[in-house]
Design a protein around this ligand. Structure first.
Ligand code: NCD
Ligand code: ZN
Ligand code: ZN
Length: 439
């Protein structure tokens, strides 16, 4: 198969470590077919799927059922998170044995109403996960602070969209990140801070990194590009946890990416249908919106505007996520022997985001009508087209694989494995062996 890529650029496919593809339980919002098709159109070749579904992915049975659904429908590779809560601590060994990319722990309430562990429960959970070397990804908002704020605002009859922001002041995240870092330091459990939204929570994150805590962090396009003044223009669709904050937070978040305090960009792809997003009472609107298909165009627009270099972007979209989860150098990089997970993009293509044309089943995002520059034209996963000429390759349905099995696939040939390896802090023994055999 040949391809004319004149004028196009070849990038490593993005690795989005934070998506909600809603299966099983909420397939009116999304499923592994529509979600991974959206990924393919967005130049995203690997996604890590969250466990807040029905039933939550907190048992080996639920995980096995999800693996089956994903393997039958997925167009791109994926990892599945196991749910870590007080009632699932005992399931950790089984979940690890059945193939999880890591664990998700909800410190605060969000869509799905997963109960948050007490600090004692969280300490115990970290103690159990630490020896498995899996990373625990955190919804780092403090449940008890939010509950009190929200009930006060409700009682006061606040219905404007900004009430959502007021219910989740940044201290909610600062407290959670600080506490999680202490527990991670105490137990040696690796952690990842999801959806970093505020300048304030960068300080406990930076301090933890300086102390040597194995913590990584992500921010999302909505926190880099939107601000409180967009609530009026966009309306309740903008509601997301954590909330889009005052625009003054954007510059510190960009600076944190550049300095390495924040490691990567993820999307928190959280689809809900229009009926669930457009309501008078802001507190009854489901939080979140799709993002996996628009992340690369939105960020390439910032590259075109000179806000970051293309290599910055690749580091934040592919290399750093692959390193943090031990997928590197199999994924996240273009070099001989790595999986050919590739986005071929037109960096000059100007177009306008139209919710109706997106692949996600939830046809509603805050990005509708936004002008962008940059478009994935073809996407390949492990050398096979999954999206070609802006058309879904139907025969690729069901070819996406869980990265825990892809990791064991025939070893990629790495030109200089020793040099590649020295860059890697804690690559799992299994993939180290793979790379060495292939050399
Ligand atoms: C997410 C969802 O809908 O699953 N919503 C959101 O607002 N981000 C849950 C989450 O990530 O908190
Ligand atoms: Zn969350
Ligand atoms: Zn999320």
């Amino acid at each position: 198969e040949t391809l004319d890529a004149t004028g196009l650029h070849i990038l490593p496919g993005a690795i989005d470590v934070h998506v909600h593809f809603r299966e099983p339980g909420y397939t009116h919002k999304e499923d592994f077919g529509t979600g991974t098709a959206a990924a393919a159109f967005g130049g995203v070749t690997t996604v890590f799927d969250m466990p807040n579904v029905i039933p939550p992915t907190g048992t080996a049975e639920a995980l096995a059922a999800k693996h089956k659904l994903a393997s039958e429908k997925a167009y791109v590779d994926y990892g599945l998170y196991g749910l870590l809560g007080e009632d699932t601590i005992a399931h950790v060994p089984d979940l690890v044995a059945s193939g999880v990319i890591g664990f998700k722990l909800y410190m605060g309430n969000t869509f799905g109403n997963i109960p948050s562990p007490t600090t004692g429960g969280m300490l115990e959970a970290f103690e159990v996960v630490a020896p498995t070397a899996k990373r625990v990804s955190l919804h780092a908002e403090t449940a008890s602070i939010m509950a009190r704020r929200e009930s006060r605002l409700r009682a006061a009859g606040r219905k404007d969209p900004l009430a959502h922001l007021a219910a989740r002041p940044a201290v909610v995240a600062v407290e959670a990140v600080s506490r999680a870092a202490v527990l991670s330091e105490w137990t040696g459990c690796r952690i990842h801070v999801l959806h970093i939204s505020s300048a304030e929570e960068l300080r406990p994150l930076a301090e933890a990194k300086a102390r040597g805590v194995d913590v990584t962090g992500e921010t999302c396009p909505q926190y880099l590009l939107l601000g409180a003044e967009d609530y009026g223009r966009i309306g309740p669709v903008i509601r997301v946890n954590p909330p889009v904050r005052e625009a003054r937070n954007q510059a510190p978040l960009w600076a944190a990416l550049k300095s390495g305090v924040v490691d990567m960009i993820a999307t928190d792809h959280a689809p809900h249908i229009p009926d669930e997003k457009v309501r008078d009472d802001i507190f009854t609107v489901d939080c979140g919106f799709p993002g996996v298909e628009t992340q690369m165009p939105l960020m390439l627009t910032e590259v075109a505007a000179g806000r970051m270099s293309i290599s910055d972007y690749v580091r934040w979209s592919a290399v750093n996520p692959a390193k943090a989860w031990g997928l590197y150098p199999h994924k996240g990089i273009l070099q001989p022997g790595a999986h050919a997970d590739i986005a071929i993009v037109d960096l000059k293509r100007a177009w306008t985001i139209d919710d109706q044309k997106l692949q996600s089943r939830a046809k509603i995002t805050p990005w509708h009508g936004r002008a962008v520059t940059g478009l994935p034209v073809h996407t390949l996963v492990r050398g096979r087209f999954v999206m070609k000429d802006r058309t879904l390759v139907e025969s690729a349905r069901g070819t996406g694989r869980s990265v825990h099995t892809v990791q064991d696939m025939p070893a990629p040939r790495v030109a200089n494995p020793d040099a590649a390896m020295t860059e890697i802090v804690k690559i799992p023994a299994s993939s180290r062996g793979d790379a060495a055999t292939g050399a």
